[in-house]
Design a protein around this ligand. Structure first.
Ligand code: ZN
Ligand code: ZN
Length: 911
């Protein structure tokens, strides 16, 4: 047995690699690199994620990873060196992954090149990890159970590598070895059990769990484990991969998840698992997907939680495409390989020698060859490549993903409307986001996300940080938008999509028409009630006349990230010409500032306002500005005609057409027609009419219905009476330990109302002395309020005016309490201890009082009891009034969704 290919195929490969030019010399290159690092010790200890660990305190960029330097970590930017423990704990994550990958590379080289030193290295790593694995603690994790790491998916990547290495070593030995049985017993079986206990559903991380469990199940000959992992794989392919082959969480996670799918699918196939052919088509299409959306500068768009400014020209991408090409020889993959192996100004460090396996550490683009690939290419790729030709990139519609890309000028001009899948936890509230890029500049950019543990996260994950509509200054709710029309003819195309913002029910339609020399962008909206609609654009307005601007408070949910806000009115019904400045491409070492500048002719059909503000700009980049159009009322329409500076002379609305006069004298008249978008072009060549069609059938139907609201059962409560809820095992939202192992904590929550207030008594029984955290200013672990990692209580309720869902976080302190608003407002809430916790107590009680003068308004609420015993630094679990529903407590902070809120109908006292 072997995991990735049959024993026969492995022997055949060994014969093929006897030719030193096979695979472009990859075997010799990997072997040489491996021999350079045979003496690096196997790391010991559990890694830890903190706010500080692994980042330069002054530049905030990731510190370099050097497997030989556990205690001194240098900043790639300012070259300062850092020795704090937190950096070592972060280093351990990379070191464990690096070591596991070394182990797999060594085992592959040992087999394919008859290299005994490589074999001994693989055996030593396996034996050392077998001895250490169970000694590391499974606690205080950030995301899921794990021993060497803080998140389960990292352990999955690590285990997949170690299992692959053991498999190759036993293929070389021809039998199960003594070291192999020890590794099965003390490393692979317990690690697989821990991974199997944490199902992350439709997540990129679950792909790696499935891959690791498929690998482990074969080594352990555990068919139940194999069938469970295969089922999980099929579910992920069906629910995570769109029909166009793209992964739903954005480009960054596409690359990560699809590399995991490559391992999982290959192992499943070798194990004889049948995968549905329709899903295999999606999987195969997934190799080319990132090349369909790649920007003119070779970087992928930083949609969703993508890292910003990352090129596809990474050695791991070449390794992955090589494996895809071995499966299917398609023109798209030939073109992808051609672009990855194309001439490039510099040969440089690919990062392979310090790679942390499949956890990305991306590099600037360098010249790549086949010899730069990794062990999967060594095992799976074609020994020789055919002649590769780089195709001219075309316009693309990824209809499953909901992304329309228009390319002009041989791919040097790129316009994308991102309308589709909101993308779950790594998604951004940016439906109808418009992105425009040239070879050297980003006119309208999507800058992705920086650090998950920095306070800037809330900005990057806001609607206001995109080029997408915003209602009443609040982030969009998550919903899919619908494609209304799409067509692409020669150098003229359009896309139109609608989006109903779920919170406000404001209905938007955005239509983007892309010509050779200009882009027309129209946004219309309608609402049942008066609202404020912003359309921010992440650009700097270049305006010499500063006199009309007055200071302004935009009142958005993200004002804290805006500085120097000023506004001026905008006259209705006429086009105003604005000169705007985007960002230089992160790939440009010598950006041409002039390419960042472009013009927008802007029209609002109602009196509106333009406001602008300084913002933080892209992650690790310079601060930038945004410029927003603000309209108010129950409906609005705005039009932007966007073009390179000085290419247009005049834009006007004439007889319901938008007339665009270009500098070369040609005139384009745009209007919406019955069958699509009609453009009439007058130029020296004569007059051409064209109708852009592709109108979708459902486009004429009404606004889609709002998502069904959560079913709530209401409870009646008469004044002066009380309702008591008892919380126990079904309410416990665990992390590493189940309710029984956590000491069986319980609580009772009693609710009363009089004619003035709601009163709630929460009585907590922990079965141990409470541990209340001491107050601290900043949480060293992450962005959350530090008090979630304490025994304490969270109360969540809907304001009496129905506007906000509020969350209060309470930790007893001395005789009183520490009370913080975690979300919304406190609304006059008061909290006290009753009685103050006594020495020797095994629980505590809190009394909440909330002004509620109107009995006719039902009270909707939820309550979570946080539990964090001595010796832990992160919350162990929480009792949730509305039920735990099998959920885990990771990454929830002080938040609790209103989806299952308890609804209480209040009655005045009986006479
Ligand atoms: Zn630095
Ligand atoms: Zn985004």
């Amino acid at each position: 047995m072997t995991l990735f290919l049959s024993l026969d195929a492995l022997r055949e490969r060994k014969r093929a690699l006897a030719d030193p030019v096979a695979l472009g010399g990859l075997a010799a290159s990997l072997q040489h690199e491996l021999h350079q690092a045979l003496d690096v010790p196997v790391p010991d200890g559990k890694s830890r994620l903190t706010r500080q660990g692994g980042r330069c305190p002054s530049c905030t960029v990731l510190l370099d990873f050097d497997p030989r330097s556990p205690h001194a970590h240098s900043c790639p930017n300012c070259r300062s060196v850092h020795t704090d423990r937190a950096h070592h704990e972060w280093w351990l994550m990379n070191a464990h992954l690096w070591t596991a990958e070394q182990c797999t590379r060594a085992a592959a080289i040992a087999y394919l090149c008859d290299d005994e030193r490589a074999g001994a290295r693989a055996d030593d790593i396996l034996a050392t990890y077998t001895d250490r694995y169970l000694a590391w603690s499974n606690r205080d994790n950030t995301l899921g159970p794990t021993r060497p790491f803080f998140s389960t998916y990292l352990e999955s990547i690590w285990l997949l590598h170690l299992a692959s290495a053991l498999d190759l070593r036993e293929a070389a030995a021809g039998c199960m070895t003594a070291g192999g049985s020890a590794a099965r017993e003390r490393l692979i079986a317990p690690s697989a059990a821990l991974i199997a206990s944490f199902d992350e559903g439709r997540s990129n991380r679950q792909v790696w769990h499935a891959a690791a469990l498929l690998a482990a199940s074969r080594l352990l000959r555990n068919e139940r484990m194999r069938d469970g992992a295969a089922l999980s794989l099929v579910t992920l392919m069906r629910e995570g991969l769109h029909t166009d082959g793209s992964w739903y969480e954005g480009e960054n996670y596409h690359l990560f998840a699809h590399r995991g799918l490559l391992s999982a699918v290959t192992i499943a196939e070798q194990a004889g698992v049948e995968l549905p052919s329709s899903l295999m088509q999606r999987f195969d299409a997934g190799f080319a997907a990132p090349f369909r959306t790649v920007l003119p500068d070779g970087l992928f768009p930083a949609r969703r939680d993508s890292q910003y400014g990352v090129t596809l020209r990474q050695y791991r991408t070449a390794d992955w495409i090589e494996c895809g090409f071995a499966r299917n020889d398609t023109p798209e993959l030939r073109s992808a390989l051609a672009s990855l192996y194309a001439d490039w100004p510099s040969r440089g460090d690919t990062g392979r020698s310090t790679s942390s396996a499949d956890a990305e550490r991306n590099r600037a683009g360098v010249r790549l060859t086949r010899a730069d690939c990794n062990w999967r290419t060594l095992l799976l790729a074609r020994p020789t490549l055919p002649l590769l030709a780089d195709a001219v990139p075309r316009s693309e519609l990824l209809e499953g993903q909901g992304l329309a890309v228009f390319r002009r000028h041989g791919g040097r001009f790129w316009v994308g409307l991102d309308y589709g899948d909101p993308g779950a936890g790594h998604g951004h509230p940016d439906r109808l986001n418009l992105i425009i890029a040239t070879r050297h500049a980003r006119w309208l950019d999507d800058v992705g996300t920086g650090s998950y543990t920095a306070p800037t996260l809330s900005w990057y994950r806001s609607s206001m940080a995109h080029n997408a509509p915003v209602v009443d200054g609040q982030d969009q709710g998550a919903a899919r938008s619908a494609l209304l029309a799409h067509d692409e003819q020669q150098d003229a195309g359009w896309v139109s999509a609608s989006f109903t913002e779920p919170r406000s029910q404001v209905h938007f339609v955005r239509t983007v028409v892309v010509m050779r020399d200009h882009v027309l962008d129209e946004l219309t909206w309608s609402s049942a009630a008066p609202v404020t609609v912003d359309l921010p654009m992440q650009v700097q307005l270049v305006e010499l006349d500063d006199t009309r601007w007055v200071p302004f408070t935009p009142r958005t949910a993200h004002d804290a990230h805006l500085a120097g806000v000023v506004a001026r009115p905008l006259v209705a019904g006429v086009f105003s010409e604005l000169t705007l400045c985007g960002l230089p491409s992160p790939a440009s070492s010598n950006p041409d500032e002039s390419e960042c500048t472009f013009v927008t002719h802007l029209l609002s059909d109602t009196p509106a306002m333009l406001w602008r503000a300084a913002t933080i700009g892209p992650p690790a980049g310079a601060p930038h500005e945004l410029t927003s159009l603000r309209q108010q009322g129950c409906a609005g329409r705005s039009v932007r005609v966007i073009a390179p500076a000085s290419s247009l002379t005049h834009v006007a609305e004439v007889d319901a057409s938008v007339q665009v006069i270009s500098a070369d004298g040609s005139i384009a008249r745009h209007r919406r027609g019955a069958a699509g978008w009609v453009v009439q072009v007058h130029s020296a060549d004569g007059t051409h009419h064209l109708t852009l069609g592709g109108v979708r059938e459902h486009a004429s139907s009404k606004v889609p219905p709002p998502p069904p609201s959560a079913s709530q059962s209401a409870t009646r409560l008469c004044a002066g009476r009380s309702i008591v809820f008892e919380l126990g095992a079904p309410h416990y939202r665990r992390t590493e330990e189940a309710w029984e192992a956590a000491g069986q904590p319980t609580a009772s929550v009693a609710v009363q109302h009089d004619l003035h207030a709601i009163r709630i008594d929460v009585s907590v029984a922990l079965g141990r002395a409470p541990r209340f955290a001491v107050a601290c200013d900043a949480n060293p672990l992450d962005n959350e309020l530090a008090d979630i990692n304490s025994d304490g209580v969270q109360l969540h309720w809907r304001s009496i005016d129905g506007h906000s869902w509020n969350s209060a976080l309470v930790v007893p302190e001395g005789d009183g309490v520490r009370l913080q608003a975690a979300e919304g407002t406190l609304d006059g809430l008061t909290v006290r201890q009753v009685p103050p916790a006594m020495p020797g107590a095994t629980g505590f009680q809190l009394h909440f009082a909330l002004p509620w003068p109107d009995s006719s308004t039902p009270f909707e609420f939820d309550c979570c009891v946080n539990e964090c015993p001595p010796g832990r630094e992160r919350r162990r679990g929480q009792l949730v009034l509305s039920g735990a529903r099998g959920e885990f407590g990771y990454l929830r902070g002080p938040r609790q969704s209103d989806a299952h809120a308890i609804r209480i109908i209040l009655h005045p006292a009986q006479p």
